[in-house]
Design a protein around this ligand. Structure first.
Ligand code: 4AZ
Length: 276
């Protein structure tokens, strides 16, 4: 993960936790010249399916241990990115993470609203390819059910929500500037589903990664300016009231000509546990 494309804020924090306050390495370099992601405050009362993943053991108390986003797709089932849970991101195997929690119903990370649910089981897609980022999806099972109103439906293959030009919204507590200015309260940014051809062009392979339309979804703005960034990984991309993507990777954040790349939900419904 030393190439331009780097997606886990988790990795940054694990690094910081492990080595104290050293300057950020390649992740910061990847986004240091990016522009703001162009978001605005969002509220879980309007988007109750957005959750934060937390481990205070690994990432400290400052942001309630937040290191990635997630999304509730069934009362006991939360989707996130596989790269959020790998050893590189966490510094330990996810099975060793005793205090992995799903924070729901809370806008302000350090606030007391909502709840922190322990994770009963974590399943990471064994087919996830950390080199291309294809198949970047994991499923967390909660011991206790969240309210049914917290669940967002997943858009199946052929759903109009995947059509290029469709307006979509991405949510998270990630970096708002590309300079490690992490949000303390939930934010959202409006983007558009972009044609696969744009991401194929932007990410033809090699240094900036390889876009695979069968597993990934391209979204952003033609002129940049609105995007997900570090710390947003695993969080939802929503269009027409349905989940179409999970924040996965990109070249920096909000750069012209470097759209965001998302895990394509329709491609995973068939093989994710309990997906169909
Ligand atoms: C990340 O590091 C990350 N602009 C997430 C999304 C994007 C870039 C990086 C897309 O988690």
């Amino acid at each position: 993960m030393s190439r331009t494309v780097f997606c886990a804020m988790a990795g940054v924090f694990a690094l910081v936790a492990a080595t104290a306050a050293i300057p950020l390495g390649s992740p910061a370099a990847a986004v240091s010249d990016s522009i703001v992601i162009g978001g605005q405050p969002a509220h879980v009362k309007d988007s109750p399916w957005v959750v934060a993943l937390s481990s205070r053991d690994r990432f400290g108390e400052t942001r309630a241990g937040q290191f990635c986003g997630g999304v509730v797709v069934a009362p006991k089932k939360v989707l996130t990115a596989a790269h959020c849970l790998n050893r590189e991101a966490l510094g330990v195997d996810v099975g060793e993470l005793r205090d992995l929690r799903v924070i729901s119903g809370r806008d302000v990370l350090r606030g007391t609203g909502g709840q922190e649910a322990p994770v009963q089981a974590a399943w990471s897609n064994p087919g996830f390819d950390p080199t291309t980022n294809a198949g970047d999806l994991a499923v967390l099972t909660l011991a206790d059910a969240l309210p049914a109103k917290s669940v967002i439906p997943m858009a199946e293959s052929g759903d109009a929500a995947y059509e290029p030009g469709t307006g979509a919204v991405v949510y998270g507590w990630g970096d708002t500037t590309g300079n490690s200015d992490y949000a303390s309260s939930l934010r959202s940014a409006e983007v558009s589903v972009l044609p696969d051809s744009l991401c194929r062009q932007a990410y033809p392979g090699g240094r900036d990664g390889t876009y695979d339309a069968s597993a990934m979804l391209c979204a952003g703005e033609l002129l940049g300016g609105h995007d997900a960034c570090q710390g947003d990984s695993g969080g939802p991309l929503v269009a027409r009231g349905r989940l179409i993507g999970l924040v996965s990777w990109g070249n920096g954040c909000a750069r012209v000509g470097s759209p965001g790349v998302y895990t394509r939900i329709s491609a995973a419904i068939g093989w994710m546990p309990g997906g169909s």
